[in-house]
Design a protein around this ligand. Structure first.
Ligand code: A2P
Length: 338
């Protein structure tokens, strides 16, 4: 069997470290790994695959030695600068940032939803936004069966989605509260307001139309991945004081009628989904339970009686795993099998 060379860029970050964990779990046919980060971490060690790897500083020559694949998770600016260099040297980049997601020649891939797009790459494949990934895993089987007409997203997003500094803000908020100080001012590393004991309807920057960029990403990426450019879709994205795993309320309207039992079977049998829907026994997806898993958990499936054919869903997934690291590794895994 052919064996490949893989580079991980941003290996020291929250997503980067989870990429390494998922790679350890998956046993892909990879014979050589190289781990890159910024000058800050260059020379430090990361224990991975029973070996101490030295972190290398990313630079223009990092891809000269010829990699088959690179997973980038070091922010948009790093991706914009270095992904084209890697691609020009024959390396296929799976990019976790938003830099290329809406480019027409860059496939935006969720392996359970549109794996066929992988083969259309020109050196770069984009990993969608975390909140989009879990949503489309749930929506795709329903669209195939009942044709989705409209989607309304409301998200409850964990601080880990904002990187290490997001997690630090919540930890500091808890410490500040426990210390009993009345003073509400303490240093915030990431968010514009304290995230502890708060919900911030503000993820990424605000746009001229009043939406946030996160909301715009969910709308545009859903249309691109489901190949429904005219889909009516709207979103409100909210950061909540949860350490890990995003929760989403999704309201879906269909063109066709459905039977609830059949629709639940469709979800139950769909790739990547675990249906947790037994409200008589208080069974529904929870952020704490989803953390550490690669699946998308779906529950609270119920008819929306305000429209002719519609439902409400509660969809939860580990945003660092399925929303980023796992999805990227799954794309590499598919390419190893091609
Ligand atoms: P470093 O740890 O050296 O700063 P997070 O989103 O959790 O903060 O992680 C961001 C990741 O991206 C880290 O691994 C970080 O490395 C890496 N990174 C940030 N800027 C660069 C850069 N200019 N070149 C390479 N890696 C970078």
């Amino acid at each position: 069997m052919k064996r490949y060379k893989l580079a991980v860029v941003g290996a020291t970050g929250l997503v980067g470290r989870t990429i390494l964990k998922v790679l350890e779990e998956k046993h892909l046919p990879i014979s050589q790994y190289s781990l890159f980060a910024s000058s800050k971490s260059a020379g430090t060690k990361l224990h991975f695959m029973n070996t101490d790897y030295i972190i290398q500083e990313l630079n223009e020559h990092s891809f000269d030695e010829g990699f088959d694949f690179a997973i980038f998770s070091a922010g948009s600016e790093t991706s914009k600068k270095y992904s084209p260099i890697a691609a020009s040297k024959g390396c296929v980049v799976v990019d976790n940032s938003s830099a290329f997601r809406m480019d027409v020649d860059v496939p935006l891939v969720v392996p359970e939803v549109n794996p066929e797009e992988i083969q259309n790459h020109h050196g770069i494949i984009a990993n969608p936004n975390c909140s989009t990934i879990q949503a489309v895993v749930a929506l795709k089987p329903l669209d195939d069966k009942y044709k989705i007409k409209r989607v309304v997203y409301s998200t409850y997003q964990a601080v880990s989605g904002a990187g290490r500094n997001g997690v630090i803000d919540l930890e500091n908020g808890i410490k500040h509260y426990m210390s009993g100080t009345k003073d509400k001012n303490y240093t915030l590393e990431k968010f514009p307001y304290p995230i502890f004991s708060n919900c911030l309807p503000h993820i990424d920057v605000f746009l001229d139309n009043g939406y946030t960029k996160e909301e715009e990403k969910m709308i545009n990426e859903t249309r691109k991945i489901l190949k429904k450019p005219d889909l009516r879709v709207t979103a409100t994205t909210v950061r909540v004081p949860v350490f890990n795993s995003h929760s989403e309320s999704i309201n879906v309207e269909f063109e066709e009628n459905f039977h609830m039992r059949e629709l639940q079977e469709v979800l139950k049998n769909a790739p990547g989904i675990i249906l947790q829907d037994d409200v008589k026994h208080n069974i529904y997806p929870l952020a704490n339970n989803a953390s550490g898993y690669n699946n998308v958990f779906v529950g609270r499936v119920r008819r929306d009686d305000s429209v002719a054919s519609g439902i409400n869903l509660w969809v939860v997934a580990d945003n660092i795993r399925k929303g980023a690291a796992t999805n990227a590794v799954q794309i590499v895994e598919k390419m190893c099998k091609e």
